[in-house]
Design a protein around this ligand. Sequence first.
Ligand code: NAP
Length: 496
Amino acid sequence: MLFACISGPTLADVERQMEETRGYADAFEFRLDRWNTIDPIELAALLEIAELPVLFTIRSKKQGGAFAESDSDLYALLNQAAAIGPDYLDIEFGTPITIISQLLLDYPDVKIIYSYHDFHSMPKSLDDLLASMMTVPADGYKIAVPAANASDALTMLAFVQRHAKQGVALSGLCMGEYGLPTRVLGPVVGSFADFAVGHESEKTAPGQLTLHELQHIYHYKDLNPQTKVYALLGGIVVQSPSHLTHNQVFTQLSYNGVYIKIAVHDLELEGFMQLVRELPFAGFSVTVPLKEEILLDLDAVSEEVEKIGASNTLVKKDEAFTGYNTDGKGALDALEEVIPVQGKQMVVLGAGGASRAVVFEAVKRGAAVTILNRTLARAEQLATEFQAKAGLLEDLQDIGPYDILVNTTSVGMLPEIDAMPIACQDLIAGAVVMDIITKPRETKLLKEALKKQCKVIYGQEMFARQAAQQFALWSDGQLDKKRVYQIIKDVLEASL
Ligand code: NAP
């Protein structure tokens, strides 16, 4: 059940918020503690026009809410609110049992959500906390605590899933930047209730999503326990457009999947991958800096991954995770739309993770590759592994003519858009120049290449192609690569 948080503070705001969120939510949560006035007659009138179930919540400042009066005033107000006859009443953990018992006795038709909020830390044992909460009879239990990292959020999801399977009406939400999985995946793990707001400015808890985001990005109303969950794992994931592109693919191709982005610290990766196995994750995209380290936590790897030494795609089949790499194929397919690489002189700038995949695939397809990098040793290492030549970035002027230049360094990425990995004069007029950076779309390198009448290829071409390969692997060939590619391209173009 998805609650729209109606936080006022004026009556006009309340009415507007109800109208704006009605189409998105299953129920309203009236955050009465945030309203300027609580008039029983007005409240009764709002219940009349609500047409959806209504939850009344009054939380004191001590409990993380906005009600500033004494505890006895709070309990009196809870009593008055219950008398108006909402469908649900929220009672915070720690409310004296005598008050709760009286409310249960006096208002047997009002369903109780017994909730626990801690804005500072996650409890040591969620199970012990729930056991103590369940000594109070309630129609639903809600736990909202901060996640210090991605593993905390998955721990919460696994906890909710375990209890939901046993028939407990439980909602477990993690606040903060790591909490997103718990905000989106409620219907997948069987959570009893989720909460979101109409507008960014109305957020009542850190990390809360808007109803618009939940529905239009994550197609929340289509999610169910059969939904396959996919995610991007990486150190920094905010800049990736993949939550926009990938969820559109699932929606437009009617595939029961959802895609979220998860920032994972490399130190927590092992434990995180164990938690993943308890949850309905079916596959991952992997980005820097985890593409190599992730191999330690997999059950198997493809032949390419064995050679490249890095994986950007994980697929779960029969409870086992296998690592694949679609970066090289994505880049080379984009290049070969423009120029066949067989027998061509190709310069690859950079010797990081993406470069490994690009060089491997380019050599496999018959290109004569020279790797130039800021750190010579890394270029030399790669060149030895893949039968290529190596040099420093500034050696470009000395290595002779080339047909193709591919930038795989991160130089020129947002926010440093005026940077270029090589000098302008080293660009050869008429060569094919590809930059695998996706943001900005047109890097300084590509701008300069266009001035020299080079044929340019944008990083988005690689992004869409490597992603289309991921979808093919995830869906066992069910999702058509060409259609996936086109959807991703369209979303990227629209987001420019
Ligand atoms: P990575 O493993 O961290 O490698 C970064 C590379 O950039 C290294 O060669 C590094 O050189 C070089 N570099 C970084 N800062 C530099 C500077 N100031 N001057 C010169 N060289 C510098 O990263 P990655 O995974 O290979 O990703 C690289 C880029 O590709 C990123 O922009 C990423 O977003 C993009 N990418 C795009 C796609 C796509 O689908 N379009 C897919 C994957 C990656 P050193 O070795 O000297 O440190």
